[in-house]
Design a protein around this ligand. Structure first.
Ligand code: TBV
Length: 249
């Protein structure tokens, strides 16, 4: 077993089931599923497909946490600490991704496959600020960021549907409010909100609007607004890819 020193921990199905049960208990007490989805995305979304840097490795718990895009995500890591302490066998990187997929399922969304074995980065492996998207910018910026990860236009639109969960917070991003009527329930109503050009009491960021204004992205917005099954199918594929950026088991 010469490789053991560097090998990542692959968990058994029983170990994953036990951690999943504790995440479900957390969500019943504290419905923090949305911030877990954001945590997992911001850990993975730093990936650069050209040089393999960044990606799903829990580097977000070090200097990256101070990047403006990650404001508030220390709350998510704090909420996961008791689970990490009880189950030290899971890597932080795996725990962030598992918390996200269990959160989506708990909110009534699709079941997203989960593979364990991500390795935790050291503090030295953090990436520079600026790799995550800026909510005030339009489609070209979204493309720059997502193409760098190896994602395409369809995957950008599908992943943006995760805004059916949660809200923006004035003290974190400066924006305020939820994107949909029930921020704790999974659905495709985020896309209806975009098509409507915004609705009373609901948030629509410049980057959300950009999806509908872009010729190539608009057809996916229309498709997902009309067809929840199609959204879920494409979402699962794109999220699985996102959750494994930089991870090869
Ligand atoms: C929160 C940013 C999942 N996303 C969120 C906030 C902002 C953005 C609010 C943070 C806060 O104040 O608490 C400002 N929205 C953007 C940006 C763009 C945008 C930067 C585009 C350029 N988001 C997302 C993906 C995923 C999410 C790929 C998951 C797969 N984000 C997400 C959730 C929440 C935010 C679930 O990015 C709610 C968190 C594709 C909470 O409730 O705490 C949209 C995209 O459009 C860029």
């Amino acid at each position: 077993m010469a490789a053991a020193a560097t090998a990542a921990t692959v968990l058994t199905d029983a170990q994953i089931a036990a951690i999943k049960a504790d995440l479900v208990e957390l969500y019943k007490k504290t419905p923090c599923m949305p911030i877990m989805v954001r945590l997992a995305w911001h850990d993975a979304g730093t990936f650069n497909v050209k040089d393999g840097t960044g990606g799903t490795n829990a580097s977000i718990r070090f200097s990256e946490m101070a990047h403006a895009a990650n404001s508030g995500l220390n709350i998510a890591i704090g909420l996961l600490e008791p689970i990490k302490a009880k189950h030290p066998e899971i890597s932080n990187a795996d725990l962030y991704q598992l918390a996200s997929v269990v959160g989506i399922e708990f909110a009534g969304g699709p079941v997203i496959p989960f593979r364990s074995g991500r390795k935790d980065a050291t503090a030295e492996e953090c990436v520079e600020d600026g790799r995550l998207p800026d909510a005030t910018k339009a489609a070209d910026h979204l493309r720059d960021v997502f193409y760098r990860m190896g994602m395409n236009d369809q995957e950008i639109v599908a992943l943006s549907g995760a805004h059916c969960l949660g809200a923006a917070h004035k003290d974190r991003s400066g924006f305020d409010g939820p994107w949909t009527e029930d921020k704790l329930k999974w659905g495709n109503d985020y896309f209806a909100n975009i098509i409507a050009g915004g609705k009373e009491g609901l948030l629509l960021l410049p980057s959300d609007k950009a999806l509908f204004e872009d010729e190539k992205m608009r057809p996916f917005v229309e498709k997902y607004a009309a067809d929840l099954e199609a959204f879920n199918t494409d979402y699962v594929a794109a999220h699985t890819k996102l959750s494994e950026l930089g991870f090869s088991a």
